[in-house]
Ligand binder design. Structure first.
Ligand code: C2E
Ligand code: MG
Ligand code: MG
Length: 761
């Protein structure tokens, strides 16, 4: 081999410098042929590889004689079109792939030895450059792939962030998923199809990118099981249609409109397939790659997370604004609606009314039939309530047995009253609960003022309270003075609590006598509140409130103990006598009651048969299992039980048989009838006879006149109580009375009462 001269070294150095700066192998090839032709002063230079010409110089564009150049690699001369016969030389640089540097020069002489060395050296430089460039290029490909991944990751993070922060609606998130899919894959169609909740066989495009409008319209609704999305939904997996038109599963419509390939991945909500995310291509030369699959599946996963999250948020929202038992809006939801309605009313001049509804004696039902029945009843009430309303009205449940209704666009108070009457009528119809017919009623308060929602609601609540205290099963309209009544009530309540703390209660007693002889056989304990400024307050003025606030429980316990202790003292001093103590329904509902009675008896030493517990009829009407059991346990202690104010409740007489009763106290109103021509004695007679036939002792209450006393004796009533014999009085007065009676003997009628309580009686 000839030693290269300075000339050829120079040429090679320039060639190397030029070729090695090429950024990719295409460019390197072009530079190489150009510099090689220049360095060798040749008309033609080419790189021939694998029977093709990769780069060449010396021919006009599009006129490269490929076949001649390929053949020239193994011939010393060649005939070039337009140039004539040329001398050629070729040097290989990548034998495995048959790559050659070919030089062709018009000259009579061949290439010098030095030139041949130069050509071989140039070929080697090209080979080396190609190899290093291929390393660089594969590195670049890798880097680009990782850049695409980073881009995908970036989009996914963006979407996740908007899901987590809930800054966008679910629709926006799904739009951004489809947009990301389109951007990342570059395919001409990207869309999300969701199963139609009303028609699970059908799925509809809810977000799309790159669709021609007519194509979108024709494929908007599709059957599940057909096409890429339909198949992905039906099979719950990613599916690829490489040759869309040739695939039996494809949608003929889409195939006809030029869809060439498609891929779909299922989208799930709370684990269940609800749709599919899809890419499709109308270009034959753009295949769907693994990288596209990765993007598609990652984005489908994101859409699933977004849908699941939205469903959970919806559920949480629903929970926050609905009553879970009745599915009605709850208090916060109602207040929102009310404020909104009030704001509209402000603008339009319309009126808004709020009805506040409370079921009468719901607690009794709940306590007696159990919570399951109570819940069923509340659901039934909610249904009836909703049934009474027009479309725009809003019913709500505030918890317990409290309901409210918002009436929008009412025309004055009369409208609201009409609705209230409809509701009251609905509540009076019997309820079928657990095979029983329950008769109920409700109390409704109405407020129509235009103020803050909270205030309107409070006013309606106050009016409802008035309906309750006015006798229940009615409605009442809010009046401003109800506020004062409320304030008074609150003051009274505070006062009463203080009274319990300071034990401001005293017990007075009213004798119970044998009507025929006037003999004192017992006494009823009647509580009074010894108020520091108001003096002696009668029970009617505070017992209802004490029952409502449960303060009756501690008050009743003290009365019971005081009465038992008093009875023991009188037993010791005056002989045989029974003590009657009133029990309120609230006390009877206390599981501790039996223990309280037991302790009062034990601590005082009163034999149980000397204690009578008086229970009002309404308590017995509850027909409630725990109360019934408690009464039996009280009976087992040995105490006697009396029905107080008999005849004033309107219940069945069933309980007279079912409960373990001993005494029936005829309400004063019937005793009053005895002296009254118009009313006559019929009712009193019926009651006395009823008591007799049930083998109960009968006590006539509120006897004020001797005719009443005589009348009762004539009816066969043995016992009585009333101002005619003695008013309730403090223990000393009664003690004196007892001594007097015993001293006088029991054979004569009593004098007019000497024991005066307070003038109000
Ligand atoms: P009650 O148990 O039916 O008691 C009889 C009431 O009739 C007493 O009223 C008594 O003063 C009144 N009275 C008796 N004879 C006559 C009469 O000839 N004419 C008139 N006009 N009234 C007569 P009082 O003491 O005001 O008690 C009212 C109600 O308060 C009682 O009715 C009872 O239901 C309740 N009460 C009283 N003390 C207690 C108690 O310690 N606990 C409970 N839970 N309730 C009590
Ligand atoms: Mg009583
Ligand atoms: Mg009574």
């Amino acid at each position: 081999m000839a030693v290269p001269s300075t000339w050829s070294t120079q040429q090679l150095a320039e060639f190397l410098a030029a070729v090695s700066i090429a950024p990719d192998s295409e460019r390197a090839a072009r530079l190489a042929v150009q510099r090689a032709a220049e360095g060798l002063e040749a008309e033609v230079a080419a790189i021939v590889r694998d029977g093709a010409v990769q780069a060449s110089i010396g021919f006009p564009q599009g006129k490269v004689p490929t076949a001649e150049l390929v053949a020239a690699v193994s011939h010393p001369t060649m005939l070039l079109p337009g140039l004539g016969r040329c001398r050629t030389t070729a040097a290989p640089f990548d034998e495995t792939r048959g790559a050659w540097l070919l030089i062709a020069r018009i000259s009579d002489e061949g290439f010098s030895a030095e030139e041949l060395v130069l050509v071989r050296s140039m070929a080697r430089v090209i080979g080396l450059t190609e190899r290093s460039l291929s390393v660089i290029e594969s590195e670049r490909a890798l880097r680009e792939a990782s850049e695409r991944k980073t881009k995908l990751l970036g989009r996914l993070i963006q979407i996740k962030r908007s899901i987590v922060r809930r800054t966008s609606t679910i629709e926006d998130v799904l739009e951004s998923v489809v947009a990301a899919l389109s951007d990342l894959t570059g395919h001409d169609m990207a869309f999300l199809r969701m199963i139609d909740p009303n028609n699970p066989d059908c799925a509809t495009v809810v977000a799309s990118r790159g669709f021609p409008a007519d194509l979108l319209e024709s494929v908007r609704h599709a059957r599940v099981g057909v096409g890429a999305s339909g198949t992905a939904i039906a099979e719950d997996r990613t599916v690829l249609f490489e040759d869309y038109a040739g695939d039996a599963r494809s949608n003929p419509d889409s195939a006809q409109r030029g869809v060439r390939s498609a891929m779909a991945a299922p989208v799930r909500k709370q684990g269940e397939v609800v749709g599919a995310l899809v890419i499709g291509s109308t270009e034959a030369t753009k295949p769907i790659t693994d990288e596209h699959r990765e993007a598609l599946e990652a984005l489908a996963e994101n859409a699933s997370i977004a849908l699941t999250d939205a469903a959970m948020v919806d559920a949480a929202f629903h929970q926050a604004y609905h009553d879970s038992l009745t599915e009605l809006p709850n208090r916060p939801a109602f207040l929102n609606r009310l404020d909104h309605a009030l704001a509209i009313a402000e603008r339009t001049g319309n009126e808004v009314a709020v009805l506040f509804l409370d079921i009468d004696r719901f607690k009794t039902v709940n306590d007696s039939l159990g919570h399951a029945a109570g819940d069923q009843l509340l659901v039934a009430v909610a249904e009836r309530l909703s049934g009474c309303l027009r479309d725009g009205d809003t019913p709500a449940r505030f918890g317990g047995d409290e309901f409210a209704v918002l009436l929008e666009g009412v025309d004055g108070h009369a409208d609201a009253e009409d609705v209230a009457n409809r509701i009251l009528a609905e509540m009076r119809r019997p309820f079928d609960i657990q095979g029983r017919q329950l008769l109920l009623s409700a109390s409704v308060g109405i407020s129509t003022a235009r103020r803050r929602g909270e205030d309107v609601l409070r006013d309606a609540d106050l009016a409802m309270y008035r309906a309750k205290t006015g006798g229940r099963d009615r409605h009442a309209r809010f009046e401003p003075e109800m506020h004062e009544a409320l304030v008074e009530r609150l003051e009274l309540e505070a006062d009463l609590r203080r009274a319990v703390d300071r034990d401001e209660f005293v017990v007075h007693y009213q004798p119970i006598v044998e009507l025929a002889t006037g003999d004192i056989l017992g006494a009823e304990a009647l509580v009074r509140w010894n108020h520091p400024t108001r003096g002696l307050v009668p029970p009617g003025a505070f017992i209802p409130l004490a029952e409502e606030t449960q303060l009756i429980v501690p008050i009743g316990r003290r009365v019971l103990r005081a009465a038992c202790e008093q009875a023991v003292r009188w037993l010791d001093r005056h002989g045989e006598l029974t003590m009657s103590v009133n029990l309120s329904g609230m006390q009877l509902a206390q599981p501790n009651l039996v223990r309280d009675v037991e302790e009062a008896l034990r601590d005082s030493g009163l034999p149980a048969e000397h204690l009578t517990l008086e229970i009002t009829e309404t308590v017995l009407m509850g027909d409630d299992e725990p109360t019934m059991n408690r009464l039996r346990e009280l009976k087992e202690l040995g105490v006697r039980l009396a029905v107080d104010d008999f005849g004033t409740g309107y219940s069945s007489l069933q309980y007279l048989r079912d409960f373990p009763l001993d005494i029936l106290k005829v309400a004063k109103s019937f005793v009053d009838g005895i002296g009254d021509e118009a009313q006559g004695v019929a009712l009193a007679r019926a009651i006395v006879e009823l008591g007799d036939s049930c083998e109960l002792d009968v006590v006539g209450e509120g006897i004020e006149l001797s005719e009443q006393r005589q009348g009762l004796i004539d009816l066969g009533c043995r016992l009585g109580q009333g101002f005619l014999f003695a008013r309730p009085a403090d223990p000393q007065t009664i003690d004196a009375l007892l001594s007097e009676r015993r001293a006088a003997g029991a054979d004569q009628l009593p004098e007019p009462p000497s024991a005066r309580e307070d003038a109000s009686h």
